[in-house]
Design a protein around this ligand. Structure first.
Ligand SMILES: Cc1ncc(COP(=O)(O)O)c(C=O)c1O
Length: 429
């Protein structure tokens, strides 16, 4: 189908709310590795990986081969019947997850994985206690997930679900308390104590947080943040739900799970995106003690179907056999240094930040006032696209550029992306 027909049909038959990144939408026809080709034959270097999802690259031969084989063997039975692939994946998840996490529930998206985790927190708490989430977080697009999320543009309607309290995000560049790390003494984490004392009955069911806030603009917390926050949460009866939807599977470099960067063990973790290289899969993994509290949630029609389970097993196999967790740290370093060099030339880059292959540029109108500049972010996205480079956008104000390529790439591709981005930046006022 040609581009014009795709765009016409898209406009006519899809919800108008479907987001389009570019003024002139681009329609892709195929992909391989870190490259995508559009319907007109133009090639792009994909440094957003389908929103941090294509972990091992587009159409990785190992994943394609295993999925195709599985499609011809057994595609779907529902979770009513155990099968060898779902148990193999659950066993693998137990071996690569943090600490005592060992029992999984599979669904079809990150939203469902987070919903399941929150339900679990409530059943574990016996129905008594609120959920604490972070400002600037994102948890998906169901009604519950929208209410957990803390970005006005994604909330769409006024709060509909009570019992969710939002703590300050560990967002040092824009500290809501007007403090500076480390002199701040991590006030944002300590404030959870007061939040619980003043906004809840004094006991909570759980705390959900991303190791690095993804949609929030790759906000990296100070290293002691999680230890401090989780200690307060547990003291008030809550469990810690770690949302690894963006940070899991080596994305943050050097560690399989993002939370390992912060030395804290969750009671529940959620995964999606990068888990199956683009096939729809969500996973909620818990300690046996916490998992035991959730009786009666036995079905997810599509959850962990054999094809998606095999895609995840193949993706994890590639991540392990190609040493991508370590690669993500090495290439992330190259990317971060390159971005810092580029940023040094432009005062409108307020901050570069990130870990591993999860790097961001926060753009401002003025480095002194830090006034966000979504206009520049938009313009730079367009210029990068002109260069044949795809990057992502995020942040509460839409002024953060998110750069997160597939992990199975090389130094040459990182250098090429930096060159393209450099040329694009030189054209921004
Ligand atoms: C941290 C986080 N949690 C949950 C979700 C929801 O995942 P999905 O879009 O697969 O429902 C997202 C999606 O961007 C996410 O970034």
């Amino acid at each position: 189908m040609d581009r014009k027909t795709i765009l016409e049909k898209h406009k006519r038959f899809l919800f108008p709310s479907a987001i389009n990144y570019y003024a002139e939408p681009v329609a892709f026809a195929r992909g391989a590795g870190a490259r995508l080709t559009d319907t007109e034959g133009r090639e792009y270097l994909d440094f957003f990986a389908g929103i941090l999802t294509v972990s091992v690259g587009h159409c990785h031969p190992r994943v394609v081969e295993r999925v195709a084989e599985q499609l011809g063997t057994l595609q779907h039975t529902s979770t009513l019947y155990p099968n060898e692939w779902i148990v193999a994946l659950a066993e693998k998840m137990a071996s690569i997850s943090t600490g005592r996490l060992s029992q999984s529930f599979f669904s079809a998206s990150g939203t469902e994985a987070d919903e399941t985790a929150i339900l679990l927190a409530h059943t574990h708490a016996g129905g008594a206690g609120d959920i604490v989430a972070l400002r600037h977080c994102y948890a998906g697009r169901s009604l519950l997930a929208i209410n957990v999320g803390a970005h006005a543009p994604w909330r769409i309607i006024p709060s509909m679900i009570p019992g969710i309290k939002h703590a300050h995000a560990p967002y040092c560049y824009r500290c809501a308390l007007g403090l500076t790390y480390p002199a701040c003494g991590l006030q944002c984490a300590h404030d959870i104590e007061e939040l619980i004392a003043t906004e809840t009955c004094g006991r909570i069911a759980g705390f959900i947080a991303e190791p690095i806030l993804g949609v929030g603009g790759f906000i990296v917390p100070p290293k002691e943040y999680f230890a401090t926050a989780v200690e307060i949460v547990r003291r008030h009866g809550g469990i810690f739900i770690c949302d690894e939807v963006q940070t899991g599977f080596g994305r943050t470099g050097g560690k399989m799970n993002g939370i390992e960067q912060w030395g804290v063990e969750p009671d529940v973790a959620t995964y999606a995106k990068g888990i199956a290289n683009g096939l729809p899969l969500g996973a909620t993994i818990a300690t046996p003690a916490v998992a035991a509290s959730l009786e009666g949630l036995s079905i997810s029609t599509f959850g962990g179907n054999p094809v998606c389970a095999v895609a995840a097993l193949a993706t994890i196999e590639v991540i392990e056999s190609e040493g991508l967790v370590a690669r993500s740290a090495v290439l992330g370093e190259q990317l971060a240094r390159g971005l810092e060099q580029l940023a040094a030339e432009y005062p409108w880059v307020g901050e570069t930040r990130g870990m591993g292959l999860m790097q961001a540029l926060e753009l401002v109108a003025d480095p002194q006032t830090k006034e966000p500049s979504p206009e520049r972010a938009k313009a730079l996205m367009e210029e990068a696209r002109e260069e044949g480079l795809l990057i992502g956008k995020g942040g509460l104000y839409g002024n953060v550029l998110r750069i997160a390529p597939p992990m199975a790439i090389g130094e040459a591709e990182v250098a090429e992306a930096l060159e393209k981005l450099g040329r694009a930046m030189s054209r921004i006022e």
